[in-house]
Design a protein around this ligand. Structure first.
Ligand code: COA
Length: 319
């Protein structure tokens, strides 16, 4: 697909090292890593022993780390303890966690030894994101991390769907931040003008309830905080179809032209992107986590090799 190839080309030009903590425990991650190295798309760090890897991984672009023999393991355990002691972490717990590939990856990333992490082919989303939220944390000018999905299809404009993977029941404030972060992604990574629809089952007051108010207030907040084109609350048909938008009183350019869909909660977002992928023939790239201090991206446990390669490329674009 043209847009995917374009993003890959741009990612290849960025000099960055991505950690793949599951290359030695998952065949798909191994094959993705091999292709990344063979095609010189990125430098990598993988874990395990030399004899678990073939020649591709022995190139100068790849570092293989045996976690238990890593020179700074004790230092990392102490750093983790210091970082989390106020939250109840003991030094014993830190020494135990640092031996795990998920926490070890985050400490390598934090120490500047790599530029990004792609993980989750064998772990749940929560198990990938919790260590990242605890160790890497959110950028200082961003209140939350959000997980978006890039939806692409041949000969069609791409969409961003948000939040589809992290924030279960966002407040209005959360939704406004999700909208702004998604708009920034569309502008910076896709290079197009974002048009953000704040989705609901109501359009411009056609229904009234707490659920609708949440989205209406979020829209007001987002517009106060940014100059992006953000409108709502609106139903998804108003976001996608100009005639419907006009009939239902959406006068902004977002009506019928939206390229960012902000869903009112994680149920809607997660179900929504899967419907569009399964019934609409779109390919879902992500989830792409926005606003971590350094990029960490979560793989679906159903990911194939191509999807893992795409996620590595997107991670490089966020460095
Ligand atoms: C990611 C997730 C596991 C974090 O929840 P948790 O384990 O209960 O952890 P907590 O709520 O204690 O949060 C841990 C830390 O992350 C921070 N945090 C949680 N969500 C955050 C967000 N969206 N942005 C920034 N920080 C966040 C908390 O403030 C906390 O920080 P602290 O410990 O330094 O004070 C939880 O949000 C979750 O399960 N989300 C759904 C993920 C999922 O299953 N998705 C499936 C669809 S793909």
């Amino acid at each position: 697909m043209k847009i995917v190839e374009e993003l890959k080309k741009r990612a290849k030009k960025i000099d960055a090292t991505i950690i793949l903590p599951e290359a030695n425990i998952d065949k798909r991650v191994y094959l993705a890593g091999k292709e990344i190295l063979d095609k010189k798309i990125s430098k990598l760090i993988v874990f395990g022993n030399l004899n678990e890897y073939d020649e591709s991984f022995k190139s100068k672009d790849c570092t293989i780390i045996d976690i238990l023999k890593y020179g700074d393991l004790d230092k990392f355990a102490n750093d983790l303890y210091e970082l989390r002691r106020a939250k109840g972490m003991t030094i014993e717990k830190a020494r135990e966690l640092i031996r795990r590939p998920d926490y070890f990856s985050m400490m390598l990333l934090r120490a500047g030894i790599a530029d990004g992490v792609v993980a989750g082919a064998t772990w749940s989303t929560a198990d990938t994101l919790r260590p990242a939220l605890q160790v890497i944390k959110t950028k200082s000018d961003k209140p939350i991390v959000t997980g978006i999905m890039l939806m692409v299809k041949e000969s069609a404009e791409p969409f961003v769907f948000a939040d589809v993977s992290l924030i279960e029941n966002p407040t209005s404030e959360n939704l406004s931040d999700i909208a702004i972060s998604s708009a920034e992604f569309v502008e910076k990574v896709l290079g197009v003008d974002p048009k953000v629809a704040m989705l609901s089952y109501s359009t411009k007051g056609s229904a009234s309830s707490e659920m609708v108010d949440k989205v209406r207030i979020a829209t007001e907040m987002a517009n106060k905080k940014s100059n992006y084109l953000i409108d709502g609350e609106m139903q998804v048909d108003s976001a996608l179809d100009k005639a419907t938008a006009k009939k239902k009183g959406v006068s902004s350019e977002v009506g019928g032209n939206a390229n960012v869909l902000v869903f009112p909660d994680l149920n809607a977002g997660n179900i929504g992107y899967k419907l569009v992928a399964r019934l609409g023939g779109y390919t879902a790239i992500g989830p792409i986590m926005l606003n971590f201090n350094k990029p960490v991206n979560d793989l679906s446990r159903g990911s194939n090799v191509e999807e893992i390669i795409n996620t590595i490329c997107i991670t490089k674009l966020l460095v």
